[in-house]
Each structure stands twice: as structure tokens, then as C-alpha cells.
Design a protein around this ligand. Structure first.
Ligand code: FUL
Length: 473
């Protein structure tokens, strides 16, 4: 008996661990680490906070920047308590004002009344992130409406000098964020003119990327064109229902006007560049007192969560820090409410109390709920694979979760998710891609039997996680 049991264990282990050829493209090590973060904060706080604008012209006086109660520990504490994993700060926005005392510019905190010109906000934030175990990322606007040389080659040198300061003085940076908005009217050192740049060639991005790889080899680089993460194509918080992380990178460039056409990615794209969904918790990216009562509702944020992280993307939720230099009470409340909802919802996975089989072969549950991407049990076929889930007892549920082992390439092209109601299979969702994570939200139902059919896949599908939950507020 003992022998039979141990052979069984060996057979199961063998069938779960056999090696599979990757379906290229696949993620790099830095992308894999970033994909595990899922949910992190954007902070828009800079000159615009004090001028009540979204895009400063570049002629603002540094004396305008004057937070009276600035406390980056407060930001980090609330962000940590909200379940986020990092913070990306607008170190310099389009108006050109730098939140650190850059030695290459006078247009910075060093000429502001804040801390009598001795402050370094990026340093403060680095320390707060360390204190609260959060990762730090930087947004550095390629467009600079203050700098006299914007549009000339010499500006690129300035841009890289500033970038180098940020990459070398503030510890480990997890993400470098490059905005696609660039070129147009501005102050430009007093010229007050319009400067258009050739977005494809002006910035010589390849060499800037090399600089980042040199100083921060683990940082992922975000832009409309990657190379590591790309824009989701809107600022509303919604990824595309079909989301391939694969894309033909050569067809992209930062600031391209028809970018939205590429939101879904491409099944046969040559590069692995997952999307990031950026959205603000308020209508504006920056703080405006008149928006204090326009913080997004909990229901809206939940919907955004399911339509970003639940659609093979990540969620970069922006918090506009106020003029005091604090996260406003209304925003903090909502962020914490969302976290409470997420914790209560995802804390109990009913898959634990079920029997699973893949194409009628029983499958060990622990490998499918261990939150480890590399433990998966695969099928043998490319198409028409069925995962049957039978709960030991009926449960009320309304969320289904499924993940592919994207480390070996994104594969699933078409699926159907069904629940048995009164002895009949009812389709809950017919969909396309799965990728890192797909969350399916439906009306609460009493269920015992569920099935997920992978109708079509680029190659044998490798399922690494399954989840079944009841959402709770
Ligand atoms: C946009 C910018 O123009 C907005 O001001 C904001 O920073 C947003 C995140 O990206 O392209």
C-alpha cells in the first residue's frame, strides 16, 4: 500500500513538473518582479498643486511652492495601509519644477520657501518608503516648459543629467515613468513660444534606456512604447477586455496620437510589454480644493480594480496630495475602504473546499491556490480543455479568478466560464485573454459546480492559480 501511494505521488509530481517550452515572448526578470506588485500609487504633487492647475506653463516662480505641513511619512503610511506596494512621484512635471535640489537647475525646491530652500522631497520620500517597506518610482516629464533649451539637443543632455541624479541619489528605483505628452507652447526661459519636437527621434530613447539600465538594472521603464511596461491607452482606469502583453514594439512611440488602437496588444506581438492602468482617485491628477467631494466612490474603485488588475494589467492609482502636503482625509478614507473590501473579498478562496479536475483527471488543489506562478498543472492538449470545479458544499460566490503561468508566455485566446444552475450549464462569461490574472465578477449565485473551458490557446495552457470568492463590503 505504502509503495502504491509513493508511486502515485511520484506520478503526480512528475506530471506537474515536466518542462514546457516557452511560447515567446516571455517576461524579463525585472518584469516578473514588477508583475507581482499589481497595485501601487501615483502621487501628483508639485508646482501645479499651488497654482491649482493641471499643466503649468513653466513661468511659475519657485516661491509659489510652499507646503506648510508636508509629511511624506503620512503618504507612505496611508498607502501602505491601503495595500499598495509602491509610490511613483512626479519629480518633475511638464512645468519643469524639480522636487529635489538639482544641481543643473535653479527651477527647483532649493529656491522655494519650503524648508527655507534646504528641502529634498525625493530624499524624504525615499526615507518614508524605506520606513513603510514600499518601493519608490519616479516620474520625470520629458517635456519641460520652463527650460530655455527645450527642443534643442542640449536639452537632452540636461534631461539625462537630471535623470542621473534621480537614479543615483535615492536608492533603489522600481519604475521610471515617461509621459507621452510632450512638445507645444511654453515659457521656455522667457521665449514664450511653441516648440514641436519629432517624438520619434528627438529624445533618442535608446541611449536614455541604457543610462537607466546602467544605474538601475532592476527598474522597469514605462512609456507608450515600453520597453518594459506600456500605457493602457486611457486614463479612466479600464484595461481592454482582450489584453495581450505581446506587442510589436516597432510600431509604437511615445506620444503617438492613435495609441488607443494598441490597447489590446497583439497576439503575435514580438515583445512582452504588459500594460499599466493609470487613473486618478479624483477627476484631476493634481489637487484642486473644488474636487474634495469628487473622490471616486468605493463602487467605482472596485469596478476599476476588476477592470485593471483583473484584465491582465496593473493598477497605478493616483492620489493628488493637497496644498498642505498631505493626503486629504477624503481620499485616505476611500483608499482604506477599498483595501478593506479587497481583504475581506480575497481572504477566503472557496477553491480550497472543492474538487478540481482537468479534462476529467483529478488535480491537486494546493498547486492551484499557492500563489506561486511556477507551480501549475498543465493540460495535454492545445484546445477544448475543461477545468471542472465541484464545491464540497454549495456556496454563494460572485468572483472567479484564473491565472496563466505567463513566465512561459501568454497562451489562452478564448474561454467560456459556466456555472450549473438547476442542473443546466449557464454561461457567465465568454472571453478571450487571461494572462497574469483574469477576474470575472458576476451576480451572487448559489453554486456547487462550475467549469472553465479553454476553447483556444496558442499552445498547451498552463494554469497556475484559481480562485472563487464572495465579494464583501
Ligand atoms: C498625462 C499628463 O499630461 C498628465 O498631466 C498626468 O501626468 C498623466 C499621468 O499623464 O499624460
Amino acid at each position: 500500500m505504502k509503495n502504491i501511494l509513493s508511486s502515485l505521488v511520484i506520478i503526480i509530481l512528475f506530471s506537474c513538473n515536466q518542462s514546457y517550452e516557452p511560447v515567446k515572448p516571455i517576461p524579463s526578470e525585472r518584469q516578473k518582479i514588477w508583475q507581482e506588485m499589481e497595485y501601487y500609487a501615483f502621487i501628483h504633487f508639485n508646482m501645479n498643486t499651488f497654482t491649482n492647475m493641471e499643466w503649468g506653463f513653466g513661468d511659475e516662480s519657485p516661491s509659489t511652492f510652499n507646503p506648510t505641513e508636508l509629511d511624506t511619512d503620512q503618504w507612505a503610511r496611508i498607502i501602505k495601509e491601503s495595500g499598495m506596494k509602491g509610490i511613483i512621484i512626479t519629480a518633475k512635471h511638464h512645468d519643469g519644477f524639480s522636487l529635489w535640489p538639482s544641481k543643473y537647475s535653479e527651477h527647483s525646491v532649493k529656491n522655494s520657501p519650503w524648508n527655507k530652500g534646504k528641502g529634498d522631497l525625493i530624499k524624504d520620500l525615499e526615507n518614508s518608503c524605506k520606513k513603510y517597506d514600499l518601493k519608490l518610482g519616479i516620474y520625470l516629464s520629458p517635456w519641460d516648459r520652463n527650460h530655455p533649451d527645450y527642443g534643442k539637443e542640449s536639452y537632452i543632455k540636461y534631461f539625462r543629467n537630471q535623470l542621473t541624479e534621480l537614479l543615483t541619489n535615492y536608492g533603489e528605483i522600481f519604475e521610471v515613468w515617461f509621459d507621452g505628452a510632450n512638445g507645444g507652447s511654453g515659457y521656455y526661459g522667457g521665449a514664450n513660444d511653441v516648440r514641436k519636437v519629432d517624438k520619434k527621434t528627438y529624445y533618442d530613447w535608446e541611449n536614455t534606456h541604457k543610462l537607466i539600465r546602467k544605474h538601475q538594472p532592476n527598474a522597469v521603464i514605462f512609456s507608450d512604447a515600453g520597453p518594459d511596461i506600456r500605457w493602457v491607452g486611457n486614463e479612466k482606469g479600464y484595461a481592454s477586455k482582450t489584453t495581450w502583453s505581446n506587442i510589436y514594439r516597432d510600431s509604437l512611440y511615445g506620444g503617438m496620437p492613435d495609441y488607443y488602437k494598441f490597447s489590446s496588444g497583439q497576439e503575435f506581438g514580438t515583445h512582452f510589454i504588459p500594460t499599466e492602468t493609470d487613473v486618478s482617485i479624483r477627476p484631476g491628477w493634481y489637487y484642486h480644493p473644488e474636487e474634495d467631494n469628487k473622490v471616486k466612490s468605493l463602487d467605482k474603485l472596485i469596478d476599476i480594480y476588476f477592470n485593471s488588475i483583473g484584465l491582465n494589467s496593473s493598477l497605478l492609482l493616483n492620489i493628488p496630495v493637497d496644498k498642505r502636503g498631505l493626503i486629504h482625509e477624503n481620499d485616505a478614507l476611500r483608499m482604506l475602504e477599498l483595501n478593506k473590501f479587497l481583504k475581506n473579498t480575497f481572504n477566503k478562496n472557496f477553491i480550497e473546499e472543492s474538487e478540481i479536475n482537468f479534462n476529467n483527471k483529478s488535480h491537486p488543489i494546493n498547486k492551484i491556490i499557492d500563489k506561486k506562478i511556477n507551480t501549475f498543472c498543465p493540460f495535454k492538449l492545445k484546445n477544448n480543455n475543461i477545468i471542472n470545479i465541484t464545491l464540497k458544499n454549495e456556496k454563494i460566490v460572485d468572483v472567479f479568478e484564473i491565472s496563466e503561468n505567463i513566465n512561459l508566455g501568454q497562451r489562452i485566446k478564448e474561454f467560456v466560464f459556466e456555472i450549473k444552475v438547476n442542473e443546466k450549464w449557464v454561461t457567465v462569461e465568454k472571453g478571450t485573454t487571461v494572462g497574469k490574472k483574469r477576474l470575472i465578477k458576476f451576480e451572487p449565485l448559489i453554486v456547487k459546480d462550475l467549469r472553465f473551458t479553454i476553447v483556444d490557446s496558442k499552445d498547451i495552457p498552463l494554469i497556475s492559480e484559481l480562485g472563487l470568492y464572495k465579494s464583501s463590503k
